[in-house]
Structure formats: structure tokens, C-alpha cells
Design a protein around this ligand. Structure first.
Ligand code: PLP
Length: 491
């Protein structure tokens, strides 16, 4: 296998690069300015003094510095990016181009409706597309990220209970929930009741049923869940939640597994967020921007954020501000508009093929799972959705950690999968190949993973010392986050 699929890791011309402060030499400059005839003057009080200690650099030093740093970067345009829970799929460049059209890029958010009819049409139609893909009633594009969509959804649920004069202060949440779920619930004033998953990795009806009472506003559930498993008892669970006056929030971060395939309305979901930067063609990993639109069923439609775009009788579009039950604005202006243009372009170009994308994402994850399960521990061996979760249990007796496995993969030229998440799985290795990887790319990644498992047995020091072929070795990432050193002053 490894003879057929070569690992891409090479170390050739990966160039070391110092900090700009280490490269600078007094008096060096990127510009030649003729001597000035204007006499020098003293700066006003308060502005004098030495100023920041910028390094003196020539133009080519600056150009090389940033170009070299850019070659240290890794992204979906560089190679397979199997980061579980993140859906790092390849995004078609045509969607970038469309989002960059001057009519979108230069439109001012305060332009009158008559001048931005095209933009309003996109907002109106994308809301309809998003609702339709998940089988719900309406949508709002305002939230700026997945977590912001959660906040919006929980505000909608709170508004519904307030409107019905219900005092419900708690929210049920599986113990695998993404960290943003309890945080969003808490920001709406709800406290969290943790629901343990059953031994097979699903939510079980009996467990949820025991915890549901008239103090509970609802359930926040991720489906497929963060173990990459479809929640098989969800219909029954959601019926019970509704019978007892609660509502159901669907965390849609894993929608890439079920686009056009699961009717969330029929599953009993009242509100769900999309992560456009995971599912709908906005690149992510660099810190944004993304968007977190929400789609809702009939019960929550009246509370959606406003104002909302409506279609007039003459076919044009306008803003409707007359929404008496609306929770109000979630975002300045109209949300992350150009992120939404990418999503619009992606949905229009894919059409019914969105279903195929989900099918391929699920197929690819199951392929990787089947090809690795003889060498890595697979705690939940059933059919998975778009991602699969392994652990280092077979390597742990040889004192090889999940981190060692991840770091060795870097030496072989692969971005590691997500590690140590979800927290309920000890030393998890979570792989999400996505639909955009070809069979050859998957086979190369599988060959890399298999090589690492064999090395863990035969040459474990290779793993413990990894990565050896990168510009930096193992960094102290905790210290880097807690005490970041952002200038040349390393002391
Ligand atoms: C990514 C993710 C979120 C949060 O989304 P952001 O867009 O990063 O705010 C929430 N839940 C799950 C399961 C996720 O994977």
C-alpha cells in the first residue's frame, strides 16, 4: 500500500525565517527619498519621544519575510485537511470570484433599497434555499457565526416561552455538546442540564425523558452528533420534548452529512444554525469571517430577527420592519453579506447535487474508518456519518500518545485530524475527510496513518520526536496562548 501511495512530506526548500526585529539593521530602508528642503520642527508636546521600535528593513527583506511565512501556512488549497468537526472541504474558486464582484464588494450597507435590489433578492432567495434544504419554514441570515446562530436560536426559544408566559430556565444538552452550546444557553440566562450519551454513542430516550420537566425550555442537540453518529432516537425524543412544552435547538455544524437528506422539520427540530464556513463554501481556519444563519419551523418564525426582506407585488424587494414579535437585530446591517454570496453561489451551482456531496462525505468517512480499524482502536464501530472517531488505545501500552501520532503525521506531509475532541472519548482522533477528497488522496492519507501505526510499534522514537521536518518542533501551545510574545522582545 505505501509503495503505491507516496506520502507528500518533504523538507527541501522550506526556509527558516527570523523575526523582523532580528533581521533589521539601523538605517536600512525600503525607500529612497530625496533630501528634504523643509526645515525640521519639534513635535507637539505628548507626541515627542522615540516611538515604537520598528526594525529598519530593505524592501526585498520584507517581501521575502512574508512570502516565506506564507509557505509555512497549510490550508485546503495545500492538501488534505481531515480536521474532524470542522468540515475543511475544498471551496470552489468561482464562489470567491462571485463574492468579489464590484457590485457586491463595493455596495454600501446604507444604500437605499432601490439601489440594492439584487442584494435584497439574494438575501430573500438564500433564506428560502436554506429553509428548504433542512425542511423548515423560514430563515434569517443575520447571525455572524455558528455560536452566534446558537445565541439567536436560544433567544428565539426564550422569546417563545416568554410570549406563552412560561418560566423555563434550564436546557438539556448531551455531554458531547460543542463548548459553544452551554455558553450560548448561558448567555440567554439558561442553566445547563447535562445528558449522558448511551454506551453506543447515541442519546437514549429513557435518559432524556427522566430529565425533561416543566422547568426545561428545551433540548440542544447536534445531529449527526459530535461522535459522527446519527441520533437514531431523536424523533421519539423530540416528540416527548414538545409534548412537555419544550422546543428543540439543532446545532447544524454537522449539516455537511445530511444536506437535503434529513428533513429536520420531520425530525422535530424547531431551529437550526448553518455554519456557512463549514458547509457552504466559505474557507475557514484563518479566523473568519463566517456566518451562522438560522432556519426555523412555524412555531419560531414570528420571532426571527428583523428587519426582514419581503417581496413586493411588483416583484421588487423591500425591508419589512413591522415585526411585533421579532427579537430584533442580531447583527449590524445585513450579516456577513459576501460570505452569504458564496453560500448562495454554492447552493445554486450545486442544486440537487448537495445531496450527493453529503453522500460522498459519508462514504469517504466510512472508507477511512474501514481502512484503519485494524490498526487503530474504534470505540463506536457502527456505520458513521461524515466523520469517524478513533483513539490511541492500541498504541498507549507502548507509551505513544494521540499527540505523538498527530505530530508524526505532519512529518509525513499530512495535516493531523482533530485530537482530544470530543472530550467524552479518551485521547480521541477524529477524522473528517469531507466529500472533496479523491480516492487517491484518501488512500495516501490512509497510507500515512497506517505507516504511523506501524512505526509506533517498530520505531516509536520517530513518533516521540516528531515533528522533525517542520520549521518549528513541538511548541508550548498553552504558554503561547496564555503569554503571547508578539514583538522581538523574547525575554
Ligand atoms: C464549529 C462548531 C460550532 C461553532 O461554530 P462557529 O461558527 O465556530 O461559532 C458549534 N457546534 C459544533 C458542533 C461545531 O463543530
Amino acid at each position: 500500500m505505501s509503495s503505491e501511495y507516496k506520502v507528500p512530506g518533504q523538507s527541501g526548500l522550506v526556509l527558516a525565517e527570523e523575526l523582523l526585529w532580528e533581521k533589521g539593521r539601523k538605517g536600512r530602508s525600503g525607500a529612497s527619498i530625496p533630501a528634504s528642503k523643509v526645515p525640521s520642527a519639534k513635535l507637539p508636546a505628548g507626541l515627542e519621544g522615540p516611538g515604537p521600535d520598528w526594525p529598519d528593513l530593505a524592501e526585498h527583506q520584507v517581501a521575502r519575510h512574508y512570502t516565506r511565512l506564507s509557505t509555512w501556512n497549510f490550508g485546503v488549497d495545500t492538501g488534505t485537511y481531515p480536521l474532524g468537526s470542522c468540515t475543511m472541504k475544498y471551496n470552489p474558486k468561482i464562489n470567491e470570484e462571485l463574492a468579489g464582484l464590484p457590485g457586491f464588494a463595493k455596495a454600501h450597507p446604507l444604500l437605499p433599497s432601490e439601489a440594492v435590489q439584487g442584494e435584497l433578492q439574494i438575501i430573500h432567495e438564500l433564506e428560502r434555499f436554506l429553509a428548504e434544504i433542512v425542511g423548515l419554514e423560514a430563515a434569517s441570515l443575520q447571525p455572524g457565526a455558528g455560536a452566534h446562530g446558537e445565541l439567536c436560536g436560544m433567544l428565539l426559544i426564550a422569546a417563545h416561552h416568554r410570549h406563552n408566559k412560561q418560566k423555563r430556565t434550564k436546557v438539556l444538552m448531551p455531554d458531547t455538546a460543542h463548548g459553544t452550546n452551554p455558553a450560548s444557553a448561558a448567555m440567554c440566562g439558561f442553566s445547563e442540564i447535562k445528558v449522558p450519551l448511551g454506551p453506543k454513542g447515541y442519546l437514549e430516550y429513557a435518559t432524556v425523558e427522566k430529565l425533561m420537566n416543566d422547568e426545561v425550555a428545551g433540548l440542544m442537540v447536534t445531529n449527526p452528533n459530535t461522535l459522527g453518529l446519527f441520533e437514531t432516537e431523536l424523533v421519539k425524543i423530540n416528540e416527548m420534548i414538545h409534548r412537555r412544552g419544550g422546543l428543540v435547538y439543532g446545532d447544524g455544524a454537522n449539516l455537511n452529512a445530511v444536506m437535503g437528506r434529513a428533513d429536520l422539520g420531520k425530525l422535530g427540530i424547531d431551529v437550526v444554525h448553518y455554519n456557512t464556513h463549514k458547509t457552504l463554501s466559505t474557507p475557514h481556519g484563518g479566523g473568519g469571517p463566517g456566518a451562522g444563519p438560522v432556519a426555523v419551523g412555524k412555531t419560531l418564525t414570528p420571532y426571527l430577527p428583523g428587519p426582514r426582506v419581503v417581496r413586493k407585488e411588483d416583484g421588487g424587494y423591500e425591508w419589512n420592519e413591522d415585526l411585533p414579535l421579532s427579537i430584533g437585530r442580531m447583527h449590524a446591517f445585513h450579516g456577513q453579506f459576501r460570505v452569504l454570496v458564496r453560500a448562495y453561489a454554492y447552493v445554486l451551482t450545486m442544486g440537487a447535487m448537495l445531496k450527493d456531496a453529503s453522500e460522498l462525505a459519508v462514504l469517504n468517512a466510512n472508507y477511512v474508518k474501514e481502512k484503519l480499524k485494524d490498526l487503530y482502536d474504534l470505540p463506536f464501530p457502527q456505520h458513521c456519518m461524515h466523520e469517524c472517531v478513533f483513539t490511541n488505545a492500541l498504541q498507549e501500552p507502548g507509551k505513544i500518545s494521540t499527540l505523538d501520532i498527530a505530530k508524526r503525521l505532519i512529518d509525513l506531509g499530512f495535516h493531523p485530524p482533530t485530537i482530544y475532541f470530543p472530550l467524552v472519548v479518551h485521547s480521541a482522533i477524529m477524522i473528517e475527510p469531507t466529500e472533496t477528497e479523491s480516492k487517491e488522496e484518501l488512500d495516501a492519507f490512509i497510507a500515512g496513518m497506517r505507516q504511523v501505526a506501524l512505526e509506533a510499534r517498530n520505531t516509536p522514537d520517530l513518533l516521540r520526536e516528531a515533528p522533525t521536518r517542520t520549521v518549528r518542533r513541538r511548541l508550548d501551545d498553552v504558554a503561547a496562548a496564555r503569554r503571547p510574545v508578539l514583538t522581538g522582545d523574547m525575554k
